[in-house]
Design a protein around this ligand. Structure first.
Ligand code: S5P
Length: 274
């Protein structure tokens, strides 16, 4: 059976990469394929949102560079919450430079992303040297990388042969590249029928998910959890403003997260039982 029909628990066994395994096991344990994306500028709001949504999510996606009062102690508090609520951490850094530069950006600077983020991501635009650079830092630490094979935005250039090349790049580095940011399953894409490895199992993490809105007036496009998980076969739904809104009210955040979690899981149950 294809990853589309397999359970997250079955798929955890197919993965050697510790970050991929951890994510799949967490999804199964918590019965959640929901990731919350927390794009706010104050650490206090950031931690309150993570704490409120934490019980309902398998993963927290961060953009630590938008925090105007960032201090490295924030990382320790995030790690505490990650232990308390049992979620994986994904810094959405979208690396896009030459191997040597991304290795420095990943390991060093103010954020030292590789120290604490189980998963990060990169644009495939520089070619496979970006994976080499990042894996020189991340692989010894048991980290995992997602390639941006597609984007959720209107007019995205990551389509067609670009997407196919991204999948080929991942296929050549399966120890470190655990999957994609994409809008649909990528199994077998860009491979001749006899070329796609039979055990190919990439994780698909998908942003652009919302129940109340179709877009944000700045190019973002939203689909529902059901469309994303059942129709398109994606594994993790990434929801930001649909959960934390503009008020950052803990009760509202928890209620919305619970709703997205329920919808995402129901779509997965329907998919794996069909
Ligand atoms: O194609 C993409 C890739 C990413 S990682 N489209 C996206 O929206 N993202 C990220 O997902 C984006 O950077 C933001 O952090 C999140 C979506 O947030 P929302 O508030 O629109 O749900």
């Amino acid at each position: 059976t294809s990853p589309y029909h397999q359970t997250y628990a079955e798929r955890a066994l197919n993965h050697e990469n510790p970050a991929a395994k951890l994510l799949l096991e967490t999804m199964e344990r918590k019965k959640s394929n929901l990731a919350v994306s927390v794009d706010v500028t104050r650490s206090e709001d950031f931690l309150a949102i993570v704490d409120a949504a934490g019980p309902y999510v398998c993963l927290v996606k961060t953009h630590v560079d938008v925090l105007e009062d960032f201090d490295y102690s924030l990382v320790e508090r995030l790690q505490e919450l990650s232990k308390r609520h049992d979620f994986v951490i994904f810094e959405d850094r979208k690396f896009a430079d030459i191997g040597n530069t991304v290795a420095l950006q990943y390991s060093s600077g103010v954020y030292k992303i590789a120290n604490w983020s189980h998963i990060t991501n990169a644009h495939p635009v520089p070619g496979s040297s970006i994976v080499k650079g990042l894996s020189s830092v991340g692989l010894p630490l048991g980290r995992g990388l997602l390639l941006l094979a597609e984007m959720s935005t209107k007019g995205s250039l990551a389509t067609g042969s670009y997407t196919e090349e991204a999948v080929r790049m991942a296929r050549a580095h399966r120890d470190f590249v655990i999957g994609f940011i994409a809008q649909r399953r990528m199994d077998g894409i860009g491979a001749a029928p006899d070329e796609a490895p039979e055990d190919e199992d990439f994780l698909i993490l998908t942003p652009g998910v919302g129940l109340e809105s179709k877009g944000d007036g700045m190019g973002q496009q939203y689909r529902t959890p059901r469309e994303v998980v059942l129709d398109s076969g994606c594994d993790v739904i990434i929801v930001g403003r649909g959960i934390y809104g503009s008020e950052f009210q803990p009760d509202t955040i928890a209620a919305r997260a619970e709703r997205y979690m329920a919808e995402g899981w129901a779509a997965y149950v329907e998919r794996t039982s069909s």
